[in-house]
Design a binder for this molecule. Structure first.
Ligand code: IMP
Length: 173
């Protein structure tokens, strides 16, 4: 069940996304960018973020999973890969939440092996205290405590992704 009032309201999220997009726009001034979304979780954040980025972009997606219900398995499976060639291009990887860092680390290594000109990472949420592998994060929306969050793309058992805000989820009983 979802407890109390939203942990992050629509307003909080939107304000922070505009700030992140402005920072990205400034950093890539005069360049173009391949923005890669990690699905499914990042779908909502991705679409809100890119509409405020004001440099030329192409978009692509990776579908990966590392999670069974709410515990990390430590294994990363890539179900669908990007189709864009990233060699020699600036790439921005967009993630919903970094927890242990295992998923992102795996995807990052995979993309780096294709020799992009640069690779940066943008995550909406950083659950820092759970980190197992150190992944460099270039843009972070919010640092969050070790609680299970749902909404705005984040799921529990594939539910709650459509909530426009982020809430803490507790198993009932
Ligand atoms: P990591 O590999 O442990 O960093 O896990 C990252 C992935 O786990 C994210 O892309 C999410 O899909 C999922 N995840 C981690 N924490 C949460 C959470 O609080 N709510 C929902 N999904 C989460």
């Amino acid at each position: 069940m979802i407890t109390g009032k939203p942990f992050l309201s629509e307003n909080n999220i939107n304000t922070r996304i505009r700030e992140l997009a402005e920072e990205i726009t400034n950093d890539y001034n005069g360049k173009s960018l391949v923005v890669v979304g990690l699905l499914k979780g990042a779908f909502m954040f991705f679409s809100d973020l890119v509409r405020h980025i004001q440099v030329p972009i192409t978009v692509d997606f990776i579908i990966a999973s590392s999670y069974v219900m709410s515990s990390t398995s430590g294994k990363v499976k890539v179900h669908a890969d990007i189709r864009e060639q990233v060699r020699g291009r600036h790439v921005l990887l967009v993630e919903d939440i970094v927890d242990t860092g295992l998923t992102l680390n795996h995807i990052r290594d995979n993309l780096l092996s294709r020799a992009p000109e640069s690779l940066k990472i943008c995550t909406l949420l950083d659950k820092k205290e759970r980190r197992v592998v150190n992944v460099p994060l270039d843009y972070v929306g919010f640092t969050v405590p070790n609680k299970f969050l749902v909404g705005y793309g984040l799921d529990y058992d594939n539910q709650f992704r459509n909530l426009p805000y982020i809430s803490v989820f507790k198993k009932s009983g």
